[in-house]
Design a protein around this ligand. Structure first.
Ligand code: ADE
Length: 246
């Protein structure tokens, strides 16, 4: 999977993605992360990439020409027009299913804006997807692009060492992950739940599923509405919730 990130701050993005699991995936060639400096494509003799907004108002707008030419350089190099994501608080909210879906693409262009945004005409020309990482406003699209690269890359086969870990975790099946414990058996006066030491895998699995459901009910009731629970699980949940109310 090849990421092509169009940005005014290529070092920020490259630095942020060269460590840990994503850095290792890049070293192994499972993903490539190419950061393209939009400023390298300006035709302005002072290397300017922004200008005042027509109609007035605060801030500066990134001009169409350098953005378009930076995008076109990628398209010409790879020989086709890949999906092009513009990171903006005006997009749909990024989600785990979308990360999985985008991990199937061969190439993905991520366009990072700055200042008061980008000239609408070039967005109309090149953008296929408008994506936000949440309902808050950041100073630019670089952090959101890094968030997307991280979430998408870990869905690329081979990036996570344990093949399973991409699917048996938080948000899979719209449930949060169960609590995890490691050594020692007792820490700060708190014991690891005895069932996890029992060696009975069926019981451990059942306990974990129950914990996932209860945790989701408590922390993300909105997700639980979309989860598939058996009748038995629904009954258990109902019982626990009424117990809590008492
Ligand atoms: N740019 C600024 N804020 C953003 C957000 N929340 N998501 C994506 N891109 C952004």
């Amino acid at each position: 999977m090849n990421f092509h990130i169009l940005t005014l701050f290529p070092d920020m993005v490259a630095e942020g993605l060269n460590t840990s699991i994503i850095g290792r995936a890049a070293d192994k060639g499972l993903v490539t992360i190419d950061c393209i400096n939009i400023r390298d494509y300006t035709l302005d003799k002072h290397k300017k990439v922004d200008d005042y907004p027509y109609g007035g108002g605060a801030g500066m707008v990134m001009q169409a020409q350098p953005v378009y030419d930076a995008w076109k350089s990628v398209v010409e190099r790879i020989g086709y027009k890949p999906r092009t994501v513009y990171l903006t608080p005006q997009g749909g909210i990024f989600s785990q299913p979308q990360a999985k879906e985008l991990a199937l693409e061969k190439d993905l262009i991520l366009l990072c804006g700055h200042y008061e945004g980008i000239d609408e005409r070039v967005l109309e020309e090149i953008v296929t997807d408008y994506v936000s990482i949440g309902d808050y406003v950041l100073t630019g699209g670089e952090l959101p692009a890094m968030v997307m690269v991280d979430a998408i890359s870990r869905m690329v086969p081979g990036v996570l060492t344990n093949d399973e870990s991409g699917s048996t975790e938080s948000l899979e099946g719209n449930l949060l992950e169960y609590p995890q414990y490691s050594r020692p058996e007792e820490w700060n006066g708190k014991k690891v739940p005895a069932i996890l030491l029992s060696g009975d895998h069926a019981k451990v699995d059942a306990w974990r599923r129950e914990q996932s459901i209860l945790r989701t009910a408590e922390r993300r009731p909105d997700l639980l509405e979309k989860a598939q629970l058996t009748e038995k699980e629904q009954a258990l949940l109902g019982k626990k919730l009424t117990e809590e109310k008492r």
